[in-house]
Design a protein around this ligand. Structure first.
Ligand code: ADP
Ligand code: MG
Length: 265
């Protein structure tokens, strides 16, 4: 079976791309799915959130993309979660400039992942908060689509048209399979009318693709990364954990049904 690959993208920072990538990955792993997380953000938040110390690494995604290091050598097994990670370090901040001079610069990640496709059920790529070459590489490498986390706050939809245009361009030129595989509503605060309004707006804007599971604002989710843990090990009974567990179920159902209901942007 070949891996299903998804990228978590939104050029807005702080919308829970990383939180969603690592916690979803933890529950996919717990459900017995062979899962690889690829950290494409120079901030390396997915790497540290999964308990991996960037200083302990000999190879990272930078070496894979820029120096064609074999990706297998960059894979780290995360101790607590038991999933595989291609980590990122701050080196990656300089990668876009170097990539700009390279041949087939949009396809570096796609090519790097190719030898791994039979080794995993899911490959989840955590994107940086920008629409540059790193993000384009993620979008080009994704066979099964983009997941867009959207924070339930004022102006939640602002800037999304830019992301949608980028997705459209990548689909036209680089990856015709690219679809919007899902939208995840995050940091929902049930006490505010605004949050409920945003949920409605986002569901109207993306008919049929928004996951039913809504991720609540939950302090445990924000504490877990500083302990190098996912919510599954840090606070498995918290509201945040239950939400990501439900999201993982919904995600697997969508991804594993015979004819995936992928909606185009
Ligand atoms: P991004 O990767 O999109 O920049 P993060 O996943 O890093 O966003 O989340 C931004 C911040 O919000 C982090 O400090 C994270 O711990 C926190 N956070 C994410 N989701 C939640 C949530 N549901 N409740 C509370 N805090 C959250
Ligand atoms: Mg992030």
């Amino acid at each position: 079976m070949t891996a299903k690959s998804f990228v978590f993208a939104n050029q807005k920072g702080g919308v829970a791309k990383t939180t969603t990538t690592v916690n979803l990955a933890a529950y996919l792993t717990a459900a017995g799915r062979r899962t690889l997380v690829v950290d494409m953000d120079p901030q390396g938040n997915a790497t540290t959130s999964l308990g991996v110390d960037p200083r302990s690494l000999s190879l990272s995604i930078y070496d894979v993309l820029i120096d064609q290091a074999p990706i297998q050598k960059a894979i780290t097994l995360t101790e607590r979660v038991g999933l595989d990670l291609v980590p990122a370090t701050t080196d990656l901040a300089g990668a876009e400039v170097e990539m700009a001079r390279m041949m087939a610069r949009e396809r570096l990640l796609e090519r790097a992942l190719h030898p791994l496709l039979d080794d995993y059920d899911y490959i989840l790529v955590d994107e940086p908060p920008s629409l540059g070459l790193l993000t384009i590489n993620g979008l080009t490498a994704s066979a099964n689509g983009v997941i867009i986390p959207v924070q339930c706050e004022y102006l939640a939809l602002e800037g999304l048209s830019l992301l949608l245009r980028t997705i459209q361009q990548v689909r036209d030129v680089l990856n015709e399979r690219l679809a919007i595989a899902g939208v995840v509503l995050t940091m929902y605060d049930s006490r505010t009318n605004l949050a409920q309004q945003v949920v409605q707006e986002v569901r109207q804007y993306f008919p049929g693709v928004v996951f039913k599971t809504i991720i609540p604002r939950n302090v445990r989710l924000s504490e877990a990364p500083s302990h190098g843990q996912t919510i599954l090990s840090y606070a498995p009974a918290s509201a945040g954990a239950l939400a990501y567990e439900a999201l993982a179920q919904e995600f697997m159902q969508r991804a594993e049904q015979a004819s995936p209901n992928l909606i185009r942007a």
